[in-house]
Design a protein around this ligand. Structure first.
Ligand code: IPE
Ligand code: IPE
Ligand code: MG
Length: 241
C-alpha cells in the first residue's frame, strides 16, 4: 500500500502513549533517565514519518498529572529534558513545517519551561504541515475539571445557559478544542490501559496496545499500525452498512 492509499483510509489523528522508557533503560543496566533520552530521540523519527503516512495530527503523551509521584531526581531530569528538547528542536519544527501545541496544565511547570512552550507555539503558529501536540502535565480528568471550571464561570457570568451545555459545547473548553478527536491511540510497552489520556476525545478511537518499548518504536512499526488501521470497521454504535 502506498502512502497515498493510506492517507485516504488511514487515521488523520494518531495519539501515542509513549511508555516503557524506564524498563528499556533498566534492561540495559542504566538509569531510567537514559531511557527517557532514548525515547525523546524517537519522537523526531515519528514526527518525520507523519506526512508519508497521511497522518495530519500527532499527539504524544510526555508527562502525566500523575507522574509527579516519581522520585525528585526523575521528575527534575524529565523537566530538564523537556526544556532541552524544545530548545533543540524548535527551529527544526519550523523547517519541517510542523505546528507545535501543548496540552495540559501549565501552572505547575517552571517558568523557563513555560516560556519555551509559548515560544515554540508562537514560532510554529504559521506552519501548515503536521500538527504535533505534546501532552505535558496532562491528565484527562484534570482537563475535564479545568474545562468545567471555565464553563461554570461562563454560566455564572451569564455568557452560557445551563440548557445549552451539550456534547458540542463542552469540548470547546478542553485543551484540545482546536484538534479533531484521535482516530487511533497507540500505547507501547505492553500495558493495556489508557492512564488518564484523552478520556473525552478517545470515546470512539481505535486502540493498539503493542509490546514494543517506546525507545524501540521505529517508523516501520508506526507504518504497520497506521496501515492496519485502514482495515478496521468503525461503526460508532450503528450497524454494518
Ligand atoms: C514513559 O516511560 C515516559 C513517562 C511516563 C515520562 P516510563 O518512564 O513510564 O517507563 P516504564 O513504564 O517505567 O518502563
Ligand atoms: C503514562 O505512562 C504517561 C506517559 C506515557 C507520559 P505511565 O507509565 O505514567 O502510566 P502507568 O503508571 O503505567 O499507568
Ligand atoms: Mg510507564
Amino acid at each position: 500500500m502506498g502512502a497515498k492509499d493510506i492517507g485516504a483510509a488511514g487515521p488523520r489523528h494518531v495519539a501515542i502513549i509513549m511508555d516503557g522508557n524506564g524498563r528499556w533503560a533498566q534492561s540495559r543496566g542504566r538509569p531510567r533517565l537514559f531511557g527517557h533520552h532514548a525515547g525523546a530521540r524517537r519522537v523526531r523519527e515519528i514526527v518525520e514519518a507523519c506526512p508519508a503516512n497521511g497522518v495530519k495530527y500527532l499527539t504524544i503523551f510526555a508527562f502525566s498529572t500523575e507522574n509527579w509521584k516519581r522520585t525528585q531526581t526523575e521528575v527534575a531530569g524529565l523537566m530538564s529534558l523537556f526544556r532541552r528538547y524544545i530548545m533543540k528542536e524548535m527551529q527544526d519544527f519550523v523547517r519541517q513545517n510542523v505546528r507545535v501545541r501543548f496540552i495540559g496544565d501549565r501552572v505547575r511547570l517552571d517558568e523557563k519551561l513555560r516560556s519555551l512552550m509559548d515560544e515554540a507555539e508562537e514560532l510554529t503558529s504559521h506552519c501548515t504541515g503536521t500538527n504535533l501536540t505534546i501532552a505535558l502535565n496532562y491528565g484527562g480528568r484534570d482537563e475535564v475539571a479545568r474545562a468545567t471550571q471555565r464553563l461554570a464561570q461562563d454560566v455564572a457570568d451569564g455568557r452560557l445557559k445551563p440548557e445549552d451545555v451539550d456534547e458540542e459545547t463542552l469540548p470547546k473548553y478542553l485543551d484540545t478544542c482546536v484538534l479533531p478527536d484521535p482516530d487511533l491511540v497507540i500505547r507501547t510497552s505492553g500495558e493495556a490501559r489508557i492512564s488518564n489520556f484523552l478520556l473525552w476525545q478517545s470515546a470512539y478511537a481505535e486502540y493498539e496496545f503493542i509490546d514494543t518499548l517506546w525507545p524501540d518504536f521505529t517508523k516501520d512499526v508506526f507504518h504497520k499500525l497506521v496501515s492496519s488501521y485502514g482495515s478496521r470497521e468503525r461503526r460508532y454504535g450503528g450497524v454494518k452498512a
